[in-house]
Ligand binder design. Structure first.
Ligand code: F3S
Length: 391
């Protein structure tokens, strides 16, 4: 990979050890992927924030970077942490885990990285990302950014996103190049999608079929909402490693694709494979994190009622504050629910908190809870989850 004189000086350590290590990492990645050069990125979003997912080695890595004076030079944000940073005691997070998580947060704060702790950074970005290059690590946000927002990002790992935050750069390869963003598979949807869960199931099925390729999704009835696209992006990234999808009706001239059909039977099969038939006491919504619109819907559905089971709604602190101003948080919590932020059901120590099964609308959560946590999930739509919580 070509590097400029300035980048060479950074690589030689003239701007300090932390910047040297960050540059060394990005150059190694650039060389491995035959990148042409570095490009500037507008923001970085860093994964590997929860102590549950990074453990002691991850904490040591962050301490090392932070003690060497690493500082973010572009807008730098975080994926969810392992707990609600304000209400962790109330939610039953073990003390020892919490102290480790707080150390991780201190490292990120020292590096001037904003403790946004959300997997939907696009709801806090404010301005348009169309045509912008970013270095994001959260897989669902990567698919959403490339496909819905028209941004350009590879699926970064935690360390490379951190290096990009420090240098404001990323190697130019993969999803940063227009020629790599052409769909290779044409997905014909042969059934009507009824709700958020159907979009999740469709994404999960597509990811399982196309792997790391780019699908163009055709024949959808009507235009999906942002929240439905959020569910689609998240599940597609987890069953495969799809970097983006297209919904353009017309194929690009360069496009050569394999056609695949999906019908209701395929979605039902996907549902049977992911969902348990058992009933559980905890209902967890917000994977990916809930949008303001979804919080409004939940508030509307529970208003004046009492939840008979435990209803946890995960979102970002930023959106929780906005929802509080609108009165949605008050309504949900008066009904017995909790609006939890900074974390989610997958990256929090859910088993240690005494939970071995949940009801959710998220295919991504169901996938990870079963494979990583031995926690079962019963999958139903958001509206059905609320009905179940109130019954
Ligand atoms: Fe977000 Fe946690 Fe799901 S990070 S996408 S809510 S697994």
């Amino acid at each position: 990979m070509f590097i400029t004189k300035t980048e060479e000086r950074i690589l030689e350590g003239e701007e300090g050890e932390a910047r040297r290590l960050a540059m060394k990492l990005l150059v190694a990645i650039g060389d491995a992927y035959e990148a042409k050069r570095m490009i500037k990125v507008r923001s970085a979003q860093i994964s590997g924030v929860s102590y549950k997912t990074i453990g002691e080695p991850g904490l040591e890595f962050l301490e090392e970077f932070s003690s060497r004076g690493a500082l973010a030079t572009v807008r730098a944000m975080l994926n969810p942490a392992g707990m609600d940073l304000a209400r962790w005691r109330e939610l039953g997070v073990p003390e020892e885990f919490a102290q480790k998580q707080l150390e991780i947060m201190r490292c990120f704060r020292n590096m001037k990285i904003q403790p946004t702790c959300t997997c939907i950074p696009y709801f806090t970005e404010g301005s348009s990302l169309r045509g912008q290059h970013v270095a994001w690590a959260e897989s669902s946000a990567v698919v959403f950014a490339n496909s819905v927002l028209g941004a350009y990002t590879n699926r970064e790992g935690g360390p490379t996103a951190l290096a990009s935050a420090i240098l404001g750069k990323s190697p130019l390869y993969g999803m940063h190049l227009d020629e790599q963003r052409t769909p290779t598979h044409l997905v014909k949807v042969r059934c009507k999608l009824e709700n958020d869960l159907d979009y999740g199931l469709l994404g999960y099925w597509i990811g399982g079929d196309v792997g790391s390729h780019i699908p163009r999704i055709n024949s959808l009835h009507g235009a999906p909402s942002y929240d439905q696209l959020k569910a689609l992006s998240a599940s597609m990234a987890v069953s495969g490693s799809v970097p983006m999808f297209s919904m353009n009706k017309r194929a690009d001239k360069r496009e050569e694709h394999e056609a695949i059909d999906v019908d209701r039977e395929e979605l039902l099969k996907t549902h049977r494979a992911l969902s348990s038939e058992k009933e559980f006491e905890h209902i967890c919504l917000g994977c990916p994190h809930l949008s303001l619109k979804e919080l409004r819907l939940i508030a509307h559905l529970v208003s004046g009622r009492k939840a008979m089971k435990k209803l946890w709604c995960f979102t970002s602190r930023h959106l929780r504050d906005a929802a509080e101003q609108h009165g949605y948080v008050g309504t949900i919590e008066q009904a017995g629910g909790k609006v939890v932020c900074d974390t989610c059901m997958v990256v929090s120590p859910i088993r240690e908190m005494g939970i071995d099964g949940i009801v959710t609308n998220s295919c991504k959560a169901a996938h990870y809870l079963r494979s990583l946590n031995r926690v079962e999930s019963c999958l139903i739509s958001l509206k059905e989850c609320i009905k179940y919580a109130l019954a």
